[in-house]
Design a protein around this ligand. Structure first.
Ligand SMILES: [Zn+2]
Length: 281
């Protein structure tokens, strides 16, 4: 394993003994970053996490129970560009050990019950196709049925283009489910991590009761280059970053990873359902 790869994938990964920070460029000892919840000790850059790492950080030990792990896409359009979509899916499933880009389930956060969905950016850029939309919808419905608390941790490039209109439909489907959740008076929290963009940012991620973001996370619909080219203007400093969105009233808080679990537990205690304190595994 090379210490530093020349391509982005290797450079950004935490394989090997040392890593280079994407933000400050410092070369850091991997173990030091891991001990720091994968936050750069030099500049506070929050590295991207897998769903397993999020479960470790957020959910009390041995309390996570996964729901619907086996749902997979049927390639509704029989889509093909350079490769067939179904082949790409199979290959990604083999690489990641997951069926699609979200893990859903329930567990305890500081002994408080939550239904939780966590995106995996490693799976086709965390894109939302029919599987992600279906799992989120089921999770929302379950939360409403049990009047519990819902947390969705996003990291996504947006809708999955290989599923065309079926992926865009998920935006409406998840939002319709959320309006029913609203009727059940359950708490819905959204945690936006870097990056949360496209159809995910433009649907359920942005309409939570409490919208939290990680420091410096990129959050927006279209990317900054597309917007800048379209309007023919230079964008302001920090445009589409979490801090900028907080300042402009689009999100409720920017929370550092080291206090995220405590913060979410506090929100549940203040606004959520605190009656349920056990999980059935
Ligand atoms: Zn750094």
């Amino acid at each position: 394993m090379p210490l530093f790869g020349s391509d982005n994938k290797t450079k950004n990964s935490l394989d090997g003994l040392w890593i280079k920070c994407n933000n400050c460029g410092e070369i850091i000892y991997k173990k030091e970053v891991e001990k720091n919840l994968k936050v750069c000790p030099k500049c506070n850059y929050h590295f991207r996490l897998s769903s397993e790492e999020w479960i470790d950080i957020l959910i009390d030990q041995n309390s996570f129970h996964e729901l619907w792990p086996d749902i997979e896409s049927i390639d509704p359009l029989d889509f093909k560009d350079r490769t067939r979509y179904r082949d790409k899916l199979k290959e990604t499933q083999k690489q990641t050990g997951k069926k699609d880009a979200i893990v859903t389930g329930y567990g305890l956060i500081n002994e408080l019950f939550v239904h939780i969905g966590i995106f995996d950016f490693n799976f086709m850029g965390g894109s939302m196709g029919s599987v992600v939309g279906e799992k989120i919808t089921r999770l929302i419905e379950k939360t409403a049925e049990e009047r519990s608390n819902l947390l969705i941790v996003t990291s996504s490039g947006g809708a999955r283009m290989q599923e065309g209109i079926f992926s865009l439909l998920q935006m409406a489907k998840t939002n319709a489910a959320l309006s029913r959740l609203n009727g059940s008076k359950s708490l819905y929290m959204s945690l936006l991590t870097d990056p949360t963009t496209g159809g995910v940012a433009a649907s359920f991620a942005s309409i939570a009761d409490i919208i939290i973001a990680e420091p410096k996370a990129l959050i927006g619909f279209a990317g900054p280059r597309v917007i800048s080219d379209t309007i023919g203007q230079k964008l302001p400093e920090g445009f589409q970053r979490a801090e900028f969105l907080l300042e402009h009233g689009m999100i409720d808080m920017v929370v550092e990873r080291k206090v995220i679990k405590k913060t979410i537990a506090q929100i549940i205690r203040l606004l959520g359902n605190t009656e349920r304190k056990t999980v059935q595994l």
